[in-house]
Design a protein around this ligand. Structure first.
Ligand SMILES: Nc1ncnc2c1ncn2[C@@H]1O[C@H](COP(=O)(O)OP(=O)(O)OP(=O)(O)O)[C@@H](O)[C@H]1O
Length: 245
């Protein structure tokens, strides 16, 4: 597969990048069914940074996992670029996930034996991009993230904030349509969180990727385009400047 191979057929005109409708998620537990999502609707459009807040255990990760095609919801629809994902066979869902969706987690999950550039190039190499082209793309992204002088540093030689910026670059390497981030700054001090968020935010705006970011950081949530709180399994949009739980 080349870097430009289409992952999905053409986007449905004017469809959001991510569209979730009537999403429910019930886990089987020893104590019986545990329902954490009770009918979630959400759209995220190109270039939008949408925040997801809510107390621990409210279902933020569950929503991201369903939106990112890592898990099937119990019911409801997940559409990417207007295409319903629920009926796709697993190999097609995996292909969409690898090509159209980028993930950033609280912990960077970088490979310790690879330097920053090769960590970012890895998803491109997996997608079949040649070594030099993959490295060039990695350098371009790392430079945009202010890491031009850290290309050959291994993760252990980077600060926490630098590692998270490398993780952001890796998530965007394949030019995904959708970026999903689960507490991307949850492990960082407030000043570093701000730096990482600003870098991520600028890249979202300049690339037009659609971003959904789960966070406990209300300061950062205040800088997002829209913010939704998960409460009792439902999403409630929070008006600007009042992103409180
Ligand atoms: N595989 C699973 N099996 C059973 N219960 C689960 C499973 N995954 C999550 N849960 C439960 O579902 C609820 C929601 O979990 P989830 O991780 O989505 O919340 P969260 O809002 O992301 O929390 P946090 O902010 O702490 O990361 C929690 O009560 C959790 O224990």
């Amino acid at each position: 597969m080349s870097e430009t191979a289409p992952i999905l057929s053409a986007p449905v005109p004017s469809a959001p990048v991510l569209s979730v409708r009537g999403l429910t998620r019930t886990y089987d537990t020893a104590g019986g069914g545990l329902t954490v999502l009770r009918g979630v609707d959400l759209d995220v459009r190109p270039g939008e940074v949408v925040g997801l807040i809510g107390p621990s255990g409210s279902g933020k990760s569950s929503l991201l996992h369903a939106a990112g095609l890592l898990e099937h919801p119990t019911s409801g629809e997940v559409r990417i670029d207007g295409h319903e994902m629920g009926h796709l066979p697993d190999n097609a869902r995996t292909r969409v996930r690898l090509g159209a969706i980028g993930f950033v987690y609280q912990f960077h999950h970088l490979l310790p034996e690879f330097d920053a550039r090769d960590n970012v190039a890895l998803p491109l190499r997996i997608a079949g991009v040649g070594r030099e082209a993959a490295r060039a793309r990695a350098e371009e992204l790392l430079t945009k993230l202010g890491l031009a002088d850290r290309l050959t540093h291994q993760p252990a030689q980077l600060s926490g904030g630098e590692r998270q910026r490398v993780a952001v670059a890796r998530a965007l390497a394949n030019r995904p349509r959708l970026l999903l981030a689960d507490e991307p700054t949850g492990n960082l001090d407030p000043a570093t969180s701000q730096t990482v968020f600003e870098a991520l935010h600028d890249l979202v705006k300049s690339t037009g990727v659609a971003a959904l970011i789960a966070t406990h950081n209300m300061e950062l949530a205040g800088h997002m385009d829209r913010v939704f709180a998960l409460k009792d399994g439902h999403l409630e949009e929070r008006p600007a400047e009042s992103h409180a739980y």
